[in-house]
Design a binder for this molecule. Structure first.
Ligand code: AMP
Ligand code: GLY
Length: 425
């Protein structure tokens, strides 16, 4: 058997997944829509937008795709999995109904409430007046205001007090700073503790947890600047032991599978809760219905099992039959972006130095494209540089040493990825 696999997206995550799939003896050809300069080396890029569901379904037929592995958030809420399944394509990814757990934070909040899943206290609003009145009724405190819809990881804004929260509500609900994604918002209390990203392969009934990863969301060192899609990551997260992992599975993963099944839309695909952990207690910040970027880049370096075989087993409801193995070595990755990201930034700058990267260091492409044989920047998170080593400290040093060999105009990266974790070895 030689599977023809479709991925949708153009991030470092999609390059890392394509790279991992390319090692499977069961995978024949990989197609990535739209892909980037990195995926072009391993797969066939298809010039189709991730939200062009008709175009993707047409391409799946034309290229005789037999497996779809969902990695990015956009296509599932638009029904890509439902449509591909109707064409006989086996899918590892959620239906549109199941993808609401990510696509609507308001829906997710209500789902968590229905199923007793621990999360920050909060409420959803579509009316500015109602939201502002509710905020006014709260004691003075830090709050988070979030666009309910998909906003590329940038739709959550922290407020130092009620007045700031009301200003953010005005920008989302009245000025529509996030377009339709912010026509409904969730307002919630601030949680404290440390963050970790959980991921689990899910087949509708069974969940198999991945190791935990730490993502660095802010644009600048010391967790300063705006929230981004993620500026770097390492895994496994220090401080999450098997006891805590068990609590997380029991309290925030298994109830999703049970609840989704009960409500008639079983969850198949990668479930990725963002969590806040404090004194052994865990609360959900949000659920994602796909894997994280850049978390996926470190996970793919550590996954020893055949990703295609595991995802296929999950798509067929046979996850309980497979064993998923991970390397003991930790991995670290650092994302290179153009200065200004996630705000305004330039693209089209040539990337130099990729040929000087060590062979055991991986450069996953995100916002890049090939122009006349030259790799140039074409988006925000241009490259993810990733490596594995015996310790977090060594992996981190290896990554940064290689980052310094790469250059493009205005290149920016955080210098403190995995810094605290490395202090422990
Ligand atoms: P989200 O888009 O909901 O994942 O939020 C993005 C980031 O904002 C999270 O990873 C947290 O760093 C931060 N955040 C969101 N909600 C909260 C909250 N209730 N308390 C503390 N931090 C939060
Ligand atoms: N790194 C966070 C995300 O992919 O949503």
């Amino acid at each position: 058997m030689s599977a023809r696999v479709l991925l949708v997206g153009s991030g470092g995550r999609e390059h890392a997944v394509a790279w991992k799939l390319s090692q499977s003896p069961q995978v024949g050809e990989i197609f990535v829509a739209p892909g980037n300069a990195g995926t072009a080396a391993l797969a066939r890029n298809l010039d189709i937008r991730p939200t062009d569901i008709d175009g993707l379904v047409r391409a799946a037929k034309e290229h005789r795709i037999d497996f779809y592995l969902a990695t990015m958030d956009d296509p599932q809420p638009l029904g890509l999995v439902d449509r591909l399944q109707a064409e006989g394509v086996l899918c590892y990814g959620p239906s549109a109904a199941a993808a609401r757990i990510e696509a609507s934070k308001a829906w997710a909040k209500a789902f968590m409430e229905r199923h007793g899943i621990p999360t920050a206290r909060g409420r959803s609003f579509s009316s500015f007046e109602e939201a502002a009145a509710w905020v006014e009724s709260l004691p003075e405190q830090r709050l988070w205001v979030k666009a309910s819809g998909l906003a590329a990881g940038k739709g959550a804004v922290g407020a130092a007090n009620r007045e700031e929260a009301i200003g953010i509500l005005r920008s989302m609900l009245i000025e529509r700073a996030f377009g339709d994604a912010g026509s409904t918002v969730v307002v919630e209390e601030e949680l404290s503790g440390f963050e970790t990203s959980a991921h689990a392969f899910c087949d509708g009934r069974t969940a198999v947890l991945w190791p935990f990863a730490t993502d660095y969301k802010r644009a600048l060192d010391g967790a300063q600047g705006l929230n981004t899609g993620g500026m770097g990551a390492y895994a496994p997260t220090k401080g999450v032991d098997s006891g805590l992992a068990g609590v997380i599975k029991e309290r925030v993963i298994d109830p999703v599978l049970r609840g989704m099944e009960e409500e008639g839309h079983p969850f198949v695909g990668t479930l990725f809760p963002g969590l806040m952990v404090r004194d052994g207690d865990v609360k959900v910040i949000e659920y994602n219905a796909r894997s994280g970027d850049p978390e996926t880049q470190v996970h793919m370096l550590r996954l020893e099992s055949d990703l295609y075989a595991v995802a296929r087993a999950a798509a067929e409801g046979r996850l309980a039959e497979v064993e998923v193995r991970w390397a003991a070595e930790p991995a670290v990755c650092v994302v290179l972006v153009p200065g200004g990201y996630p705000g305004k930034y330039e693209t089209g700058h040539p990337i130099e130095g990729l040929d000087r990267v060590d062979p055991d260091v991986f450069v996953f492409h995100g916002g890049t494209k090939l122009v006349d044989g030259q790799v140039v920047t074409s988006g925000g998170r241009a490259l993810t540089v990733a490596a594995r080593a015996a310790t977090v400290r060594e992996a981190r040093e290896k990554v940064y040493e290689n980052v310094r060999r790469i250059h493009f105009k205005d290149m920016h990266y955080r210098t403190d990825i995995a810094l605290e974790a490395a202090a422990g070895g």
